[in-house]
Design a protein around this ligand. Structure first.
Ligand SMILES: [Zn+2]
Length: 258
């Protein structure tokens, strides 16, 4: 299974920066988990193949590229882009984004071949198929309804925390999974901003360490994602100081294979 965190910002030379403003993970060039930079950074092949977008939640950094992605592809789509999310997330998207004022309500529009966007709700705890993948939605602890996922292609498996603070069910689910190759876990703020992390329901290196004590798959590779770009250097340094084996930063743009 191939996974790539799409770039979302540029360095001073106009090249993709390691800093992550937006979240969009592409699996096997064909399924997107979150859509933060989907329109802006997907490759030509990914733009041709991705017709399934699965959302952890509706915060802007996770959905910003979704309206633009559908807009870009509007005339060429021969199947609708299927957006899979919790029912309350779909409600939020229709009310606050695809409401004609912020952007067109694509779920009501058609091109010459038919619908361009459709929704497929899933429930917390549900397991469902997306193309060749099986996804399990697991509740995590964020400011709004949010899920993490366990993603399997039938051979290998990885998990993604989504945005979360201290949580329980996610770790219980992961501990019961067999053959988990990788875990992508958030760590948004440095230790000094623990209060801000607490009110916005995110982790710091210190709270991440406590969370990882609940995770009993010590052989699994663990990658940190969703570091707030302004604090990246500090968070990376503090993650290094934890001296946890198998814990590293997921590099933006790099293709990982498990
Ligand atoms: Zn969030």
């Amino acid at each position: 299974m191939k996974l790539q965190l799409l770039p979302s910002t540029f360095d001073e030379n106009g090249m993709a920066s390691p800093r992550q403003h937006l979240s969009c993970f592409v699996v096997d060039d064909s399924v997107a988990i979150d859509a933060g930079s989907l329109a802006m950074a997907a490759s030509i092949v990914q733009k041709k193949q991705i017709r399934d977008v699965v959302l952890t939640h509706a915060h802007l950094d996770h959905i910003a590229g979704l309206p633009l992605f559908i807009d870009d592809l509007f005339a060429t789509l021969d199947v609708p882009v299927c957006v899979r999310a919790l029912p309350e997330i779909i409600e939020t998207l229709e009310r606050d984004i695809f409401n004609w004022e912020i952007y067109p309500r694509f779920s009501e529009l058609e091109n010459a071949k038919g619908a361009v966007m459709k929704y497929q709700p899933f429930a917390v705890g549900e397991e469902f198929s997306v193309k060749h993948l099986r996804l399990k939605a697991v509740a995590v602890n964020h400011k709004v309804s949010t899920v993490g996922f366990v993603v399997s292609d039938g051979q290998t498996k990885f998990a993604l925390s989504g945005d979360t603070a201290e949580t329980g069910e996610f770790w219980q689910t992961l501990n019961a999974e067999e053959n988990l190759s990788a875990l992508l876990v958030e760590c948004a703020f440095p230790n000094e901003l623990e209060e801000l992390a607490h009110v916005s329901h995110h982790l710091t290196p210190k709270t991440l360490k406590r969370e990882l004590e609940k995770f009993n798959r010590k052989e699994c590779s663990i990658y940190v994602v969703n570091i707030k770009p302004m604090y990246r250097d500090e968070v990376v340094r503090q993650i290094g100081e934890l001296e946890i084996e198998n814990l590293q930063i997921l590099e933006v743009g790099q293709i990982y294979e498990w």
